[in-house]
Design a protein around this ligand. Structure first.
Ligand code: RB5
Length: 149
């Protein structure tokens, strides 16, 4: 699936990095749906995760990017939402494989753990990868079946 529209969101820990990534995405020609907080006033990351995941689940966005201090809380939150496969990535190989093997529809990372250049490389690695399907199809289906337990 070729990505055209991306929803991006964040808590207060990720505001500055969100705007940096948002700007680069727009400069690269993507349509970006800006969610999350635009200030550094404290908010709760589960609320911010839901805003982006709703855009992905509704089909408004082809995929989502979530940023908090570590990428952990917002990623755990996203994975509680039906339909979401969120991968926390702090390296480019994981970001690529999150798409190739896991067909992740959301990636998360931490603004307090990685810098803007690595964050952008992670985003590029994820966006330029494609789901391989094949033997991974059944596994992704099994991931989704866990929602119904
Ligand atoms: C907020 O201070 C911080 O807890 C949050 O951004 C994130 O790192 C949680 O996982």
């Amino acid at each position: 699936m070729s990505v055209k529209t991306i929803a991006i969101g964040n808590d207060h820990g990720g505001t500055e990095l969100k705007f940096e990534i948002l700007k680069r995405l727009e400069n690269s020609g993507y349509t970006v749906i800006n969610k999350g907080t635009d200030t550094t006033d404290a908010v709760d990351y589960p609320d911010m995760a839901k805003l982006v995941c709703d855009e992905v689940n509704s089909g408004n966005a082809d995929c989502g990017i979530l940023i908090c201090g570590t990428g952990i809380g917002i990623g755990i939150s996203a994975n509680k939402i039906k339909g979401i496969r969120a991968a926390m990535c702090s390296d480019c190989f994981s970001a690529k494989m999150a798409r190739v093997h896991n067909n992740a529809n959301v990636i998360t990372f931490g603004a307090r753990t990685i810098g803007p250049e690595l964050a952008w490389s992670i985003v590029e690695s994820y966006l330029s990868a494609e789901f391989e399907g094949g033997r991974h199809e059944k596994r992704v289906e099994k991931i989704m079946a866990l929602e119904n337990l």
